[in-house]
Design a protein around this ligand. Structure first.
Ligand code: NAP
Length: 493
């Protein structure tokens, strides 16, 4: 659709975004001269056109990352890298309102949530600015007393980052922060649905003194053909991907040929388990956070609720009341709690999963349909008596839908929670400390929210097991992904 007259404040933030590729410190058009439209998911209107990179453009970006790394960035002073990240953290924080508006325009989430993502995304730059000057190694005596063992950490080199649309800034800074701190260079390809936040981040980092060629950004309509040659190129030393398990599998296969080092932050199917000793109101509060953050379009979103039989009805009733009370609308409007889903395809998928559950016998307590009119809005939905075999329980919903099942015992709850190929995060509500320990140990997930519906934190290792991924982002583990270990055997005799 064409661009229409929009509020001046919105046009100002859109105009501030560079719309070209960022390669070797220069902003330039794609070699083919084509562009990709970016649409507002609340209205379907086009809000910007960004450059459409060709495979040659992406290889040029890799060339810049390669030359900049060998040209000196790998030996750059940690304090300089730290200062750049710290300045970028402050610049983003100073401009949080504009960046949040930009994010809401391209991705749809309510402004309050965009602000939360800006703060979360920026926190990785601050955290890793503090890590950049703390990189260390080991020096030990050989067990015989003769000779020494020196272990050093070195940056892995030029990296390729591919990020999704659901957290357009933070999924970039979780990689860029530690990679810059470690002394790596990079090519970043954001999702075509939400490239504007990443382009704006590149402009901010440039303004904060990041040398040209350290960070290169390519936007593209056809991510597969554009990125595959880059992934297969021997100059690439590391691939870090955040997105679906389906695409992750393909990228692992492409990486296998050269045994390319990979980090994979993939899909989830988070169980939210509530035991009968839990405070129901507290669990409902946590459920709203775990379910409705990002309108349910989060890898950490509670995908299914397993609630102890004696409190299942009360929990479902209270959750439905909260869900029904949320205001649906464009994310820029005051008081909106539910923005649009990202596109028509996502909306149709969510509805299909709900209708599948209903056809198999689930009962709707609220929602269960799209909102008529423009934009991709779906009503917050709660389903009870969801039978085993409903696709909702097995697939990542990525929408404001809460399926609830009752359980009779702790063993049954754990078995149900683990009955998935995914293992990103699980939420557990219980007031019993011994049970909390038992259950968190047996849950098959990389992260557990214990009596809380939110786990993301720059200082903590975020990531999954099973088909939810490989590697961690955040905390000391997050920078280890960008460092190689070299051991030197030293003779003393
Ligand atoms: P997606 O379809 O897998 O896309 C992710 C990124 O990969 C986008 O930049 C996409 O580009 C690109 N891409 C798609 N096909 C590709 C290919 N063949 N080669 C190279 N790049 C390719 O995922 P999404 O729909 O954007 O994001 C939602 C998914 O991300 C969910 O499954 C969610 O759970 C997961 N996620 C995981 C985490 C985590 O930390 N574990 C965090 C956030 C999201 P285009 O879109 O431009 O085609």
């Amino acid at each position: 659709m064409s661009t229409t007259q929009r509020p001046a404040a919105e046009q100002v933030v859109l105009d501030a975004v560079p719309k070209q590729l960022y390669i070797a410190g220069e902003w330039r058009d794609g070699a083919g001269g084509e562009t990709v439209a970016v649409d507002d998911p609340a209205t379907g209107e086009t809000i910007a056109e960004v450059a459409d990179a060709t495979p040659e453009d992406a290889l040029a970006a890799l060339g810049a990352a390669h030359d900049t790394w060998y040209g000196g960035w790998r030996d750059s002073a940690p304090r300089d890298r730290s200062d750049i990240l710290r300045r970028a953290y402050e610049a983003i924080t100073d401009r949080a309102d504009d960046l949040a508006l930009l994010m809401t325009l391209e991705m749809g989430k309510p402004l309050g949530e965009s602000k939360a993502e800006i703060a979360y995304g920026a926190s990785f730059l601050r955290w890793y600015s503090e890590e950049a000057v703390r990189l260390d190694g080991r020096f030990t005596m050989h067990e015989t007393g003769s000779g020494r063992l020196l272990t050093m950490k070195q940056p892995v080199g030029p990296c390729v980052f591919i990020t999704p649309w659901n957290f357009p800034l933070a999924m970039g800074t979780r990689k860029i922060g530690p990679a810059v701190a470690a002394g790596c260079t990079m090519v970043v390809k954001p999702a075509k649905l939400t490239p504007l936040s990443m382009l704006m981040l590149a402009k901010i980092l440039e303004g904060c003194g990041l040398p040209g060629g350290v960070l290169n950004v390519v936007t593209a309509r056809s991510s597969g053909p554009v990125m595959e040659p880059v992934i297969r190129d021997p100059r690439t030393r590391k691939l870090s991907f955040t997105g679906s398990t389906e695409v992750g599998r393909k990228l692992i296969a492409q990486s296998a040929e050269r045994v390319l080092r990979v980090s994979m932050e993939l899909g989830g199917n988070a169980p939210f388990v509530v035991f009968d000793d839990a405070d129901v109101d507290d669990a409902v509060k946590g459920a709203m956070v775990a379910k409705m953050r990002n309108v349910g379009e989060a890898c950490t979103a509670a995908n299914r609720f397993h609630v102890a039989q004696p409190i299942a009805d009360e929990f479902a009733r209270k959750l439905a009341a909260k869900m029904e009370g949320l205001k649906i609308g464009r994310g820029t409007e005051e008081g909106v709690g539910v923005g649009p889903l990202i596109d028509e395809e996502q909306l149709e998928k969510v509805d299909e999963l709900v209708q599948d559950a209903v056809a198999k016998g689930a009962r709707l307590l609220c929602g269960g349909e799209r909102v008529a009119g423009p934009g991709h809005f779906y009503k917050p939905t709660v389903l009870v008596d969801v039978p085993a075999g409903a696709r909702l329980l097995e697939e990542e919903v990525f929408g404001p839908v809460a399926p609830i099942r009752a359980f009779a015992s702790e063993d049954e709850a754990i078995a149900a929670a683990n009955d998935t190929e995914f293992g990103l995060v699980a939420y557990v509500y219980t007031a019993d400390v011994k049970r909390a320990l038992r259950v968190t140990e047996r849950i098959e997930a990389g992260m557990v929210g214990l009596n809380q519906g939110f786990v993301s934190n720059a200082g903590a290792p975020f990531g999954g097991i099973k088909q939810s991924g490989i590697g961690r982002e955040g905390g000391p583990e997050g920078i280890a992904e960008y460092l190689d270990t070299k051991y030197v055997a030293l003779a003393t005799d």
